[in-house]
Design a protein around this ligand. Structure first.
Ligand code: F6R
Length: 247
């Protein structure tokens, strides 16, 4: 399904409300909510709204377990550009989630330990019964998570090489493209696909061409987001600018 909202703020509130529904639904039955989370500029207002719901409307995250999509590799958790820093600054430091329930790919692993760590990430998600809801942004390469062009539909969590365009888009955060790590650890397309519900968000004209390809283009590993066309559990949530190239 594709839903277009007049602006990012309205759309972000709707997505946050959906996340809150999942959390409260699980709370009501004494269960944990397992959420897959994204970083980047796209979900920031969703996180702002979740913080507001926590502070002003009593939404608790005590029963929430999170798994982030990805992290640069190598990356120290306390670095300004790490996705650990991003998640604490934008969400976790402002809510009542238990630190032990937060999972983010580890950018400090020794090369030899990465493969086993990635398998374990998958196992932890499975042991909890899978992801209830996965939030996604989309890169201009068509990546979801850091599944760049060439990613397989059944791929799992793994170490990947970032596309040149992805590194160029991240250059500002790192003070130049040369400083952007060349690799990342990411959940796979297959990992994402197993989520019971997936919401991909995109805002602004900058995303309009890739959104057109993702939603209307031929399904292909060249644009990994096109795989989402194969799932009935996906909602594309767009602002009018990101939707402006759709026919
Ligand atoms: C981030 C992630 C990426 C971003 C994408 C869009 O965890 O997995 O796929 O969602 O690169 O980034 P922004 O939102 O900064 O345009």
């Amino acid at each position: 399904a594709v839903t277009v909202y007049p602006d990012q703020q309205t759309a972000s509130k709707k997505v946050a409300a959906r996340i809150a529904d999942v959390i409260r639904g699980k709370q009501a039955s004494g269960e944990k909510a397992v959420l897959g989370l994204a970083t980047g500029v796209t979900p920031i207002r969703v996180y702002n709204e979740l913080v507001r719901l926590h502070k002003e409307e009593g939404l608790s995250f005590k029963n929430v377990i999170t798994f982030n999509l990805d992290e640069y590799y190598p990356m120290k958790p306390d670095a300004a550009q790490s996705y650990v820093t991003f998640m604490y600054e934008n969400l976790f430091s402002h809510i009542d989630i238990e630190k032990a329930n937060v999972h983010i790919p580890d950018g400090t692993l020794a090369a030899d330990d990465v493969a086993e760590w990635c398998l374990n990430y998958e196992k932890q998600i499975e042991a909890l019964g899978g992801l209830d809801l996965q939030i996604l942004g989309i890169g201009r390469t068509g990546h979801i998570g850091f599944n760049e062009p060439g990613s397989a539909p059944n791929s799992g969590t793994r170490l990947v090489t970032l596309d040149d365009l992805t590194r160029a888009d991240a250059a500002r955060d790192f003070g130049g493209k040369a400083n952007v790590p060349t690799k990342a650890i990411t959940m796979g397309v297959g990992t994402i696909f197993k989520a019971r519900e997936i919401i991909l968000m995109a805002w602004s004209k900058k995303k309009a061409p890739i959104i057109k390809k993702a939603i209307e283009g031929e399904i292909s590993g060249e644009v990994p987001a096109t795989y989402l066309q194969l799932s009935d559990n996906v909602e594309f949530v767009l602002d009018e600018d990101a939707a402006s190239d759709l026919t």
